[in-house]
Design a protein around this ligand. Structure first.
Ligand SMILES: *[C@@H]1O[C@H](CO)[C@@H](O)[C@H](O)[C@H]1NC(C)=O
Ligand SMILES: *[C@@H]1O[C@H](CO)[C@@H](O)[C@H](O)[C@H]1NC(C)=O
Ligand SMILES: *[C@@H]1O[C@H](CO)[C@@H](O)[C@H](O)[C@H]1NC(C)=O
Ligand SMILES: *[C@@H]1O[C@H](CO)[C@@H](O)[C@H](O)[C@H]1NC(C)=O
Ligand SMILES: *[C@@H]1O[C@H](CO)[C@@H](O)[C@H](O)[C@H]1NC(C)=O
Ligand SMILES: *[C@@H]1O[C@H](CO)[C@@H](O)[C@H](O)[C@H]1NC(C)=O
Ligand SMILES: *[C@@H]1O[C@H](CO)[C@@H](O)[C@H](O)[C@H]1NC(C)=O
Ligand SMILES: *[C@@H]1O[C@H](CO)[C@@H](O)[C@H](O)[C@H]1NC(C)=O
Ligand SMILES: *[C@@H]1O[C@H](CO)[C@@H](O)[C@H](O)[C@H]1NC(C)=O
Ligand SMILES: *[C@@H]1O[C@H](CO)[C@@H](O)[C@H](O)[C@H]1NC(C)=O
Length: 560
């Protein structure tokens, strides 16, 4: 039903712009016109559609339809650069609508910036967003009484045997729930598309888009952030001879993804989170009460840590007495984790959200809807992907659909094994957010389909042009080793640039050094020395009066 509505919408839109000029390369053409105002508000942007095979290996299966967006180059146009913001499940239309200027600046202004809503995203692309429940009520009833809705309760770095046993007791229940969830997703209107919603299809879609815009022989230019770097790693290795200017920022390790189940490798993504937590409490303490509401006069980082730990302990104790508290300790951890992605949010976290959480946990205020959403919006969040469903919308399963269908074959992993990975992660890898739940990854050992095409290597192909690989030193979800791996495997065909700061992808903090590097690369193809380290701009304050260098200088010594 829904599907036909969307097709009709897409077709009727296309017919209104069919008189517009388009490019001519013999292949399918993109007809650019105005954008759907319910999705894109910036009227200087153009939109269009491109039909592609649902299955590139089997044209008889039918067509997919990609919704595209374009921001014209501001300088002398050299061609197009295709951009994917990550997620998986991020909407290119929404991100370009919000961040057109950032993206044009990043690419030196000499390329049209093109993005799209990938398969499984939004309501203009077909197949669109993956929903497995009719509405939020059905979802909460289905997961009632499980960690899906509350997060995992633990204290003392998950060393208390009572907490460990309580989690392990949920293993058979959660395993059954995720197996049933998989069946529900298969039976939903999205079900028949699940094997066509994947990263290899996204790669071939990029090639189709580039062919339609710049011709089948032109180099393909690409910017991928977060999960968009996995698309990028697959792209440059599946089509090494087509590689033009490519930037991967906030790199997801393609080898880990190609060899391990996401439900088991998730903890290895978290190695920088405790350091980032220390950065937050250090910045708060340096700023003091005037810039950080969580700090009292004379507080050091450990005093602020003690307050946050006490807040989580109070929520934990309350949850033991009554499981239906408005905010569990697991939900608080999830909020903290989500805010690690974007230092621009840290001041709001400590000045607005922390006092609210204290009030909610003490029963002095009702749960704030924004906070509730934050506590659930995990992994699918990149600083560029702001699009969030409302707290009471039916949740999207696009993130799981993409990660899980692309991941390694099922190996009979049980939920107990997944939990037995999480417990040591909370003990040793990330005290603060090792126990975070739910995460799209953790569904993968129980996901029912694999994509019709997957690319699991090699990742050391010889490329037509050198690419640029970017990473923060401290990224909460795509830590530095991912970028190092990609750069090492590509050897002379990649240059690694690191940013001496925090957050998910380098764009999370402003750096003139890094901007100059990407602009010069796109404009002139020039690259800096491998392993260059860029500083974050000194005039950028994370907390009032405190910049990134101040925090780094005062960070307690870490093992990262
Ligand atoms: C499509 O999604 C947008 C938000 O992204 C919403 O405003 C619009 O109403 C939706 N349209 C349809 C037909 O569902
Ligand atoms: C973008 O460029 C195309 C041609 O290159 C032009 O037709 C179109 O009007 C431009 N759009 C805007 C908003 O300037
Ligand atoms: C969840 O379960 C509890 C106890 O079994 C029940 O009282 C409550 O109504 C259920 N909530 C939903 C949304 O089904
Ligand atoms: C948890 O780990 C932190 C950091 O290593 C340590 O300071 C703290 O004492 C530990 N807490 C407990 C209850 O073991
Ligand atoms: C548990 O908390 C819920 C929500 O705050 C409340 O409605 C319920 O009465 C409490 N149950 C008990 C036994 O106190
Ligand atoms: C919830 O908190 C946010 C800040 O974190 C605030 O902007 C918003 O107004 C609050 N909403 C309600 C309903 O209190
Ligand atoms: C975690 O650390 C403890 C000691 O701190 C050690 O006994 C245990 O083996 C470690 N677990 C893992 C999985 O590394
Ligand atoms: C590329 O990696 C493969 C393993 O995936 C390895 O067998 C091969 O020797 C490598 N090639 C080069 C040129 O390093
Ligand atoms: C660039 O630096 C990375 C990280 O140190 C390293 O793995 C890679 O081999 C270097 N590349 C070249 C061409 O030296
Ligand atoms: C590209 O090279 C030209 C000529 O050397 C130079 O003037 C220009 O500033 C460079 N552009 C960027 C963005 O670095």
């Amino acid at each position: 039903m829904e599907y036909y509505k969307l097709v009709v919408l897409a077709l009727s839109f296309a017919s209104t712009v069919s008189c517009m000029a388009s490019s001519h390369h013999g292949g399918p053409q993109i007809q650019w016109g105005s954008c759907d105002p319910s999705v894109v508000s910036d009227t200087s942007l153009s939109c269009g559609f491109l039909e592609v095979p649902l299955d590139y290996q089997d044209p008889s299966v039918g067509k997919a339809r990609l919704a595209l967006i374009k921001a014209n180059a501001t300088g002398e146009r050299r061609g197009s650069v295709v951009f994917n913001p990550g997620g998986p499940g991020g909407s290119g239309l929404e991100v370009v609508n919000e961040l057109k200027d950032l993206l044009l600046g990043f690419s030196g202004g000499v390329y049209d910036v093109i993005s799209w809503d990938p398969r499984g995203v939004g309501n203009l692309t077909v197949p669109g967003e993956v929903f497995c429940f009719d509405d939020f009520a059905e979802y909460t009833a289905f997961f009632n009484g499980t960690i899906e809705l509350t997060g995992i309760e633990e204290t003392g770095n998950f060393t208390d045997p009572a907490d460990i046993n309580a989690l392990l007791a949920q293993a058979p229940i959660m395993q059954k729930k995720y197996e049933q969830l998989a069946q529900k997703c298969m039976q939903s209107p999205s079900g028949k598309f699940l094997k066509y919603i994947g990263t290899a299809a996204a790669v071939r879609d990029i090639v189709s888009i580039a062919n339609a815009l710049d011709g089948p022989d032109a180099p393909i230019n690409y910017i991928g952030t977060s999960y968009g770097t996995l698309i990028g790693s697959w792209l440059v290795n599946m089509f090494p001879e087509r590689v033009g200017r490519v930037v991967l920022d906030g790199v997801f390790d393609p080898i880990v993804f190609a060899t391990q189940e996401p439900s088991l490798s998730m903890p290895s993504q978290l190695i920088s989170t405790d350091t980032i937590y220390k950065a937050i409490i250090t910045g708060c303490a340096l700023s003091g009460p005037s810039g950080c509401a969580a700090a009292s006069e004379g507080d050091g980082p450990l005093d602020i840590d003690a307050k946050l730990q006490a807040l989580m302990k109070t929520a934990y104790d309350a949850t033991k007495l009554n499981a239906s508290v408005p905010m569990t300790s697991g939900a608080i951890r999830n909020v903290l984790f989500g805010e690690m992605y974007f230092p621009a949010d840290w001041s709001n976290l400590m000045n607005e959200e922390y006092p609210q959480m204290v009030q909610i946990v003490n029963g002095e205020a009702p749960a704030n809807a924004t906070l509730r959403r934050r506590s659930r919006q995990l992994i699918d969040r990149s600083p560029l992907v702001k699009r969030g469903s409302q707290p009471n919308d039916s949740p999207s399963f696009t993130g799981s659909a993409i990660y899980c269908a692309d991941s390694v074959d099922l190996r009979g992993t049980t939920m107990e094994q997944v939990f037995k990975g999480i417990i040591p992660a909370a003990q040793n890898v990330s005290h603060l957010v090792g126990s975070t739940w739910p995460v799209a990854f953790y569904r993968c050992s129980f996901w029912p389909v694999r994509s019709v095409e997957r690319y699991h290597g090699p990742f050391n192909k010889t490329l037509a042009n050198k690419i640029l690989v970017l990473s923060n030193l401290f990224d909460p979800i795509t830590p530095l080793p991912g970028a190092e791996t990609v750069a090492r495997l590509l050897g002379k065909d990649a240059v690694l640039v690191r940013q001496n700061g925090f957050g998910h992808i380098t764009v999370a903090e402003p750096s003139t050094c890094l901007n100059d590097i990407t602009a010069a690369y796109f404009a002139n193809g020039t690259l800096p020395a491998n392993n260059t380290l860029c500083e974050v701009d000194a005039d950028y304050e994370v907390f009032s009066g405190v910049n990134t260098a101040d925090i780094l200088a005062h960070l307690p010594r870490t093992d990262v």
